[in-house]
Design a protein around this ligand. Structure first.
Ligand code: ATP
Length: 792
């Protein structure tokens, strides 16, 4: 055994002498099951942490774990099964249907993608129109009231009106999120990322989530919070994809009896990748960026066919949205609204060779500020998990942020008299406030519009439009507000607020550069755009997709090089301090996400150290009573199917030869339909048992406690051979951790039985066992840590 890592659960590492102690499933009594069940609560604290050789950190198990820990994996997340179960039923189905069915299925796939693109775009359209109309009404009323009361010296009235309107709107959205569907909070990108990685995040792709998300994002943006509608669109696209591709709604208990053949994790996950990409495309008008987002951020399994289909979905999505928005704005033929985020068309900005270091500097500033943003948001998230977890407290917090946002805006408008002549800015609601006639307050223009319109202002307004002091104060305020807002019980994303903060400090640096080089004419829009890319890159740490999204959104490929340089430097700088914000939230939630690569220097960690043992197995022909007992006692989702023992004596002392693997969900369907050998010719026959029986229940299989099993049935038997996966992937117990990791990562496995030299099952490895080994990096140091598994 390697001397540098020791599993918390494997002090009893498997050896020849242990063999005799491992109980077979038939012999394991209730007490044995309980004793062998390894679910343990752990607590992380600095005292528990030991630093071993090779920089590997080990933690000792303790009784409880602190909520908000970064080194706990939660057992509540199940995995998706990307591997096809090639059982007899599937082979029968293939034989019966032939090639015609393959072609039909392929056509259906393209048709589903088309629908996903159209529906995602329509949802984006509705969200956009609602936000634009409601915000228009709100800011028009506020402007009216400011104009009236400023003359009477009663500015507290519009202030109170602003605060109250923000609170009421945000209250509505927050109640929906906190009480009806908490998983709809935030942008949804971390959850989608987990789903695409192969983790089932409960309720993440349900219709209820979509409705709460859509209404929530409208209320968040109209309520004036420092959030955007783009992230939620990615989540919405994923839900649409999951819904349409299954041809049924479990929420409404409605089965349209179509697309049965897509009712499996493998197909569903491919559609969700396309849906997420369609969401990006609708959000930013970036079809290529959408495909790259799915590729870079999430989808672990990618192939050429999926690239084409995803691209088709993104193009359909941006085209539909473009058409709908252009028609809404009164010129249907023009197609000038490719996405929700409209940064306005940027001019190509010429840049000199000597400017490249300046872009790097911007990247470094973005990386530093992004890391700081993530750090503050992480601390706030931990505080929320520990102290603000009750739904009512979360609603109160959201309302408090809404009021603070209005207060910040009001104080800035009131205290900083930054006036500008009317007519230079296309702002819809110019506020005169204390400015002279023919002028308007530049900061009021920024606050009295949606954040997206403010980004546009920073990118396009001429130099000298904002005083440096105003910009600085705005940056500090918006930076803090946006980091406080992400993670509230509201649906909103972080793209726009970070683009806004970045554009503001980019503009500020442009003022500084102009001051240093008075003879050159500086284009502030150029630096605002580079600043926006740097800030967002520093927070989310996306590179390829972010660059392409920004290029597509601004319609200028010639600006690519400065943006690429900036985003890459921002990522490198930020990664020096902490992880991207999505990864931080994923780790806080304890999701067993698999990284792209196995932890380095782990070839000496063997499967025998990683696996769980003894393994709960089932025999090829199994007794119903035993199955029931097993399913009630353990919550595992996969069981190796083994040969029955040759004799009672041998049974107690040896491992059993592997014959296949069966899932809990399959066992439950078999029990539910009473596919007992004893009933084979009376209530069912081989002819009427097919894949459909399992697909009907997908994805919400009943729990074992919901089944009604009579006492007499317990003595019946089920032949598992036609239903199990007869050729599961396996590895020998001497396989290394990187080998296990690659098998899980590349094939999307859920369970991997570990066998000995004669194909007998000696252990079981699941995604959580692999995800427990994680690389840690801190300020230039690197090592590997072993996470702990909680049963919550
Ligand atoms: P998933 O949650 O991904 O659907 P699962 O519920 O079957 O899979 P996990 O929750 O990942 O399993 O497993 C938790 C722990 O239980 C892991 O350490 C794993 O090795 C162990 N385990 C899983 N299945 C078995 C089994 N049949 N016998 C013994 N241990 C098992």
């Amino acid at each position: 055994m390697s001397n540098n890592i020791k599993s918390n659960r494997l002090e009893d590492t498997i050896s020849e002498s242990d063999t005799a102690q491992l109980l077979s499933n038939e012999e394991a009594s209730t007490s044995n099951y309980t004793q062998l069940n390894r679910s343990v609560y752990f607590q992380q604290s600095d005292e528990d942490e030991l630093t071993g050789s090779h920089g590997i950190r080990r933690r000792q198990p303790v009784q409880k774990f602190k909520p908000g820990s970064m080194n706990i994996l939660s057992a509540k997340y199940e995995s998706l099964d990307y591997d096809t179960c090639e059982n007899h039923l599937l082979l029968d189905e293939e034989r019966k249907r032939g090639y015609a069915f393959i072609i039909w299925k392929d056509i259906a796939r393209w048709f589903v993608i088309l629908q996903i693109g159209v529906v995602t775009a329509l949802i984006a359209f509705i969200i956009d129109i609602c936000i634009e109309e409601f915000s228009g009404i709100k800011y028009k009323q506020l402007k009216k009231s400011v104009d009236i009361f400023v003359l009477e010296d009663k500015l507290y009235i519009p202030y109170l009106l602003w605060v109250l309107s923000n609170i009421c709107i945000v209250f509505f959205g927050s109640v929906l999120v906190a009480y009806i569907e908490p998983v709809a909070a935030g942008s949804g990108i971390p959850q989608v990322k987990c789903y695409l990685n192969g983790v089932k995040v409960p309720r993440v792709v349900r219709i209820k989530t979509l409705v709460v998300k859509a209404v929530g994002v409208i209320t968040a943006v109209v309520g004036g919070l420092a959030g955007g509608k783009e992230g939620p669109m990615i989540h919405s696209g994923s839900v649409v994809a999951a819904g349409i591709s299954q041809g049924k709604s479990t929420t409404f208990n409605k089965d349209f009896n179509i697309f049965h053949y897509f009712r499996e994790d493998h197909e569903k996950r491919d559609f969700v990748s396309a849906g997420a990409a369609a969401g990006v495309s609708a959000a930013f008008g970036a079809p290529i960026g959408g495909v790259l987002f799915s590729l870079e951020e999430g989808t672990s399994f990618w192939n050429q066919a999926l690239t084409w289909r995803t691209f088709f979905g993104t193009v359909v999505s941006t085209f539909t949205l473009n058409f709908a928005l252009s028609a809404y704005h009164g010129h249907p033929g023009e197609l000038s609204y490719p996405g929700l985020l409209n940064l306005g068309k940027m001019e190509p900005f010429p840049f000199q060779f000597y400017e490249l270091p300046v872009f790097m500097l911007f990247g470094a500033v973005g990386g530093l500020l992004g890391a700081l943003w993530n750090y503050i948001n992480y601390k706030l998230a931990v505080f929320r998990i520990r102290y603000v977890s009750a739904p009512w407290l979360r609603v109160v917090e959201a309302c408090l942020v809404a009021a603070t946002t209005a207060t910040c805006g009001f104080l800035m408008m009131f205290l900083l008299n930054d006036c500008r002549p009317l007519g230079e800015d296309p702002t819809k609601n110019p506020l005169q406030l204390f400015c002279a006639d023919g002028e308007y307050n530049a900061l009021a223009a920024i606050w009295f519009q949606t954040p997206e319109a403010s980004v546009r202002s920073f990118l396009h307004d001429p130099i000298g439009s904002y005083k440096p002091g105003s910009l600085l104060l705005f940056i500090v305020c918006y930076f803090l507000l946006s980091t406080w807002t992400f993670g509230l019980a509201v649906s909103s994303g972080l793209f726009i607020p970070n683009l806004l903060t970045g554009a503001a400090w980019g503009r500020l640096l442009a003022v500084f550069i102009q001051y240093m080089l008075p003879n050159n004419t500086i284009n502030p829009g150029k630096y605002a755009l580079v600043g926006a890319a740097a800030q967002l890159g520093g927070v989310v740490r996306m590179t390829i997709s972010l660059t392409v999204i920004i290029i597509e959104t601004t319609g200028q490929i010639s600006n690519a090089l400065p943006i690429i340089i900036t985003v890459v430097v921002a990522k490198w700088t930020g990664d020096f301090f902490n992880e991207g914000i999505y990864d931080i939230h994923i780790q806080l939630a304890g999701v067993p996400l698999l990284a792209w690569e196995p932890p380095p220097l782990t070839h000496t960690v063997y499967a025998s150290e990683v696996m769980s043992h003894p393994v709960f197995t089932l025999r090829t022909v199994e007794n119903v009573g035993h199955m029931l007992e097993l399913l009630r006692l353990v919550s595992y989702n996969g069981f190796p199917v083994v040969d029955p023992p040759l004799s009672d004596e041998v049974e107690v002392t040896t491992y059993k030869r592997l014959r296949g693997l069966i899932l809990r969900s399959q066992l439950i369907v078999l029990l539910q339909n009473k596919i007992y050998n004893e009933n084979a010719n009376t209530t069912w026959s081989n002819l009427n048992v097919d894949m459909q029986m399992f697909r009907n229940e997908y994805p919400r299989f009943p729990s074992i406690d919901e089944l009604v099993i009579e006492e007499w049935e317990k003595s019946c038997t089920i032949d598992l051979r036609p239903f199990m996966n007869p050729s599961p992937y396996t590895l020998p117990h001497r396989a290394s951790l990187p080998r296990l990791f690659r098998l899980f990562r590349a094939l999307g496995l859920r369970h991997l039985p570990i066998v000995n030299d004669v194909n007998e099952v000696v252990g079981m490895v699941t995604r959580k066992d692999i995800a427990r080994y994680r690389v840690w990096r801190h300020r230039g140091h690197m090592g590997m840590e072993e996470l702990l598994l909680s049963s919550e």
